[in-house]
Design a protein around this ligand. Structure first.
Ligand SMILES: [Zn+2]
Length: 107
């Protein structure tokens, strides 16, 4: 999840994308690590994360990663807005029944 911080992205959003792309379920643990059900090669995660960056992080105009995800209150569409050049485009909403469950630590 350090990765999410580096990308300036919401843990749950990244998790939802990962799980939906991998076709599995999982949850965030107390340390904000994503616990995924099933076995996957590190390479699979890499591929999916790269897709995430392309879709939700990289500015389509200047390739900057200094972008924000915004939801339009009226249309409920998600927008990627670049902090560098001001370009924006709509992004697809993640379709999945992912529910982020934060496991509480008992001690
Ligand atoms: Zn830009």
């Amino acid at each position: 999840m350090d990765l999410c911080k580096a990308m300036n992205r919401n843990n749950e959003h990244v998790s939802a994308f990962l799980l939906s792309e991998l076709g599995t379920s999982g949850s965030l643990d107390g340390q904000q690590r994503l616990v995924v059900k099933g076995r996957f090669l590190p390479k699979s995660f890499e591929t999916v994360l790269r897709r995430y960056v392309n879709e939700y992080v990289l500015c389509p105009g200047c390739k900057s990663v200094d972008t924000l995800l915004d939801r339009d209150a009226a249309t409920r569409l998600m927008y990627l807005r670049c902090q560098q050049c001001g370009a924006s485009r709509s992004v697809t909403t993640i379709k999945s029944g992912f529910v982020a469950r934060v496991t509480k630590r008992t001690h």
